[in-house]
Design a protein around this ligand. Structure first.
Ligand SMILES: Nc1nc2c(ncn2[C@@H]2O[C@H](COP(=O)(O)OP(=O)(O)OP(=O)(O)O)[C@@H](O)[C@H]2O)c(=O)[nH]1
Ligand SMILES: [Zn+2]
Length: 185
């Protein structure tokens, strides 16, 4: 598979008018293939193996917030990176999820070809599925290279997307508390 991808990269390099056999580019098709496979490795993961049973019984029903999870993804329109932060909150109902698993869930969906809105929803639904929480909220703030390096070339704009499920959707004070904690004031 890597070899096949590398052959395509060799053609892309030639298509760009470069010489794929020059010294500096000789190993580039293979490197690029491996890099792209890494950047999309979320396709080969499943929620179940990633969570690995790390769901623990707990009496708490207070909001839990995991903030500022780094996010690296690739936009499905241009295959260019979008980079930002993800915040996840949930209202536990009898069980809590291992802390690292939030970041692993983010990565599993981010390491695919994505648009930000779908990524946000997929993370929220995965947390809901795994925790059976009474509410889940996800906010992603990201900058898109396809808007910065090309296209409209806007360097300072960022996009914020959110998905609120259950208690965060139905209960305004809960939603407000979440947004206040995320915004830090
Ligand atoms: N909603 C949304 N749009 C995105 C995301 N990533 C990239 N896009 C947009 O997808 C759109 C694709 O538009 P097209 O007109 O088909 O492509 P294009 O000619 O390359 O567009 P420009 O970027 O405006 O030059 C652009 O407006 C991108 O900014 C994302 O995560 N969410
Ligand atoms: Zn794009």
């Amino acid at each position: 598979m890597t070899e096949e991808l590398a052959n395509h990269y060799r053609e892309i390099i030639a298509g760009l008018g470069e010489d794929p056999s020059r010294e500096g580019l000789r190993d580039t098709p293979k490197r690029a293939a491996k890099a792209m496979q890494f950047l999309t490795h979320g396709y080969s993961q499943t929620l179940e193996e990633l969570v690995n049973g790390a769901v623990f019984a707990s009496e708490t029903d207070e909001m839990v917030l995991v903030k500022d999870i780094e996010l690296y993804s690739m936009c499905e329109h241009h295959m260019l990176p979008f980079i930002g932060k993800c915040h996840i909150a949930y209202l536990p109902k009898g069980k809590v999820l291992g802390l690292s698993k939030f970041a692993r869930i983010v990565d599993m969906y981010a390491r695919r070809l994505q648009i930000q809105e779908n990524l946000t929803r997929q993370i929220a639904e995965a947390v809901q599925q795994v925790t059976q929480a009474s509410g889940v909220a996800v906010v992603i703030e990201a900058k898109h290279m396809c808007m910065m390096m090309r296209g409209v070339e806007k360097q300072n704009s960022s996009m914020t997307s959110s998905v609120m499920l259950g208690g965060f959707r139905e209960n305004q004070p809960t939603r407000q508390e979440f947004l206040m904690l995320v915004n830090g004031h």
